[in-house]
Design a protein around this ligand. Structure first.
Ligand SMILES: Nc1ncnc2c1ncn2[C@@H]1O[C@H](COP(=O)(O)OP(=O)(O)OP(=O)(O)O)[C@@H](O)[C@H]1O
Length: 430
């Protein structure tokens, strides 16, 4: 849509403005939707053009009316999917993610008036793939606050990329040439936390055989990333508060005057710090010192439009040594249908396993590979009994298409082939 129609629907259940986020091989486009019918496809005539060879010329249509927004498949080759289900006609709600080919279309509400300072050319944060509206908003905010010296609190479920964002805050800010030190508080022995943070003098405690600097000194002039800050023992919290308030702090066992750290603290937590406060495990004053700027990273299931681009990025970066891999449209649909409780980390691991399983399939990851990668434990169970005879029958059923027969059997193509070779050898023996 070269000239983008914009209109605010003022009556009916679909009141408000709608934006369609189209994520295809060329990146992301945000298209404000006016009432009407729009054909989605790869053809130049389509009103909503998707640059993706797996998308049919006229793939599906989107109808925006007073009743709401509906989608209708137009007899596409690879199908139109909402969640994991192939649909002919479906009503869509805000947040609905539609998969066509390797691309996703996500419906958002009320972003039409939103103005981004990037002038429409989205510049992702280093290493952070994804360009959904949620990520775009987060990126804009992170870039802005990267310039400040104040602490930042990053919240988000496990695997959403909290450390990545912390690193981006560092590299995008004025401290980028100074150290970035990451410390996972939950892995520190309770009795050593203070020493790890602030250092110790020789003889301060039994194992302190020499003087040691702590993370605050190591990060001088730069950024200190404190992951799992909610696990910081309550007795170490006042000293961190002092450091954040700009007062002098001393090494464990030191006497006399201390030092005033010049460090930007970025803390992260995947648990609610408010809950830790209610449980008496976290000081409210420390929380307020940290939460001047909060970045809340959305869960992957709330930005499914990011899955294709993150998946492609991870396949390119994580599969070094495995080989080049591409995702079949069905595999992308399966990825988009999953809820990703482990977020991007889980996606990375699933892709790695799927890439390995696809080694015999010309580098194409199919739905079956994703399915098996999502259930790795099922994979280590002995395979269901596939005899040479059933393999042969399946092959005949699928007109000698080995991939299709292997898929139905739930086997990788190589294993299926081995069983089939058994049938041939058996026949030769007779
Ligand atoms: N948007 C993204 N694009 C590419 N890779 C990502 C993205 N988000 C996360 N990752 C990758 O996912 C993995 C987990 O990220 P990270 O360690 O930053 O998550 P986290 O939220 O800090 O996790 P935890 O709470 O468990 O410490 C890393 O390998 C990271 O590079």
């Amino acid at each position: 849509m070269e000239d983008k129609p914009t209109l605010t629907i003022s009556e009916g259940p679909s009141s408000g403005s709608w934006v369609l986020e189209v994520c295809d091989s060329s990146g992301v486009q945000y298209l404000p939707l006016a009432p009407g019918r729009f054909v989605v496809g790869s053809s130049p005539q389509a009103e909503i053009k998707v640059r993706d060879p797996a998308v049919s010329g006229r793939h599906c249509s989107i109808v925006v009316s007073r009743e709401g927004i509906s989608i209708c498949d137009l007899g596409s080759k690879n199908g139109t999917f909402v969640g994991g289900a192939r649909v002919k006609d479906a009503w869509c709600a805000v947040g609905t993610s539609i998969t066509v080919g390797h691309s996703t279309l996500t419906l958002s509400e009320g972003a039409r008036e939103e103005v981004f300072s990037d002038g429409g050319i989205f510049q992702p944060l280093p290493g952070v793939a994804g360009s959904s509206l949620l990520v775009r908003r987060m990126t804009e905010y992170a870039r802005r606050i990267a310039a400040y010296p104040n602490p930042v609190l990053i919240s988000g479920e496990t695997g959403t990329g909290k450390e990545l964002i912390a690193r981006a805050l560092h590299t995008e800010g004025p401290r980028k040439d100074r150290p970035f030190i990451a410390l996972n508080v939950s892995t520190l022995p309770r009795e050593l936390v203070e020493s790890e943070l602030f250092g110790h003098e020789r003889g301060a405690f039994t194992s302190a055989t020499s003087r040691r600097t702590g993370a605050f000194t190591d990060a001088e002039g730069g950024t200190l990333f404190l992951d799992e800050i909610g696990e910081l023992p309550i007795e170490a919290q006042p000293k961190l508060l002092r450091a954040l308030d700009g007062y002098e702090v001393r090494r464990v066992g030191a006497t006399g005057s201390g030092y005033r750290p010049n460090v930007r603290v970025v803390a992260a937590s995947h648990v609610s710090l408010e809950e830790r406060i209610d449980q008496g495990l976290f000081r409210r004053d420390l929380y307020h010192r940290l939460e001047g700027f909060i970045i809340d990273i959305p869960a992957l299931r709330d930005r499914k439009g990011d899955i294709p681009v993150i998946a492609r990025t991870l396949l390119a970066s994580s599969c070094v040594g495995i080989g080049t891999r591409t995702l079949a449209p069905g595999a992308m649909v399966r990825l988009s249908a999953h809820d990703w409780p482990g977020n991007v980390r889980e996606l990375r691991n699933v892709l790695l396993r799927a890439a390995d399983l696809a080694c015999d399939n010309a580098g194409v990851i199919e739905t079956i590979h994703v399915e098996r990668a999502l259930n790795p434990r099922a994979d280590s169970r002995p395979p269901l009994s596939l005899t040479p005879q059933t393999a042969k029958a399946l092959l005949a059923k699928h007109d000698n298409n080995m991939s299709a027969a292997a898929r139905e059997a739930g086997y990788p193509r190589t294993s299926f082939r081995k069983v089939l070779l058994g049938a041939i050898l058996e026949r030769r023996k007779r």
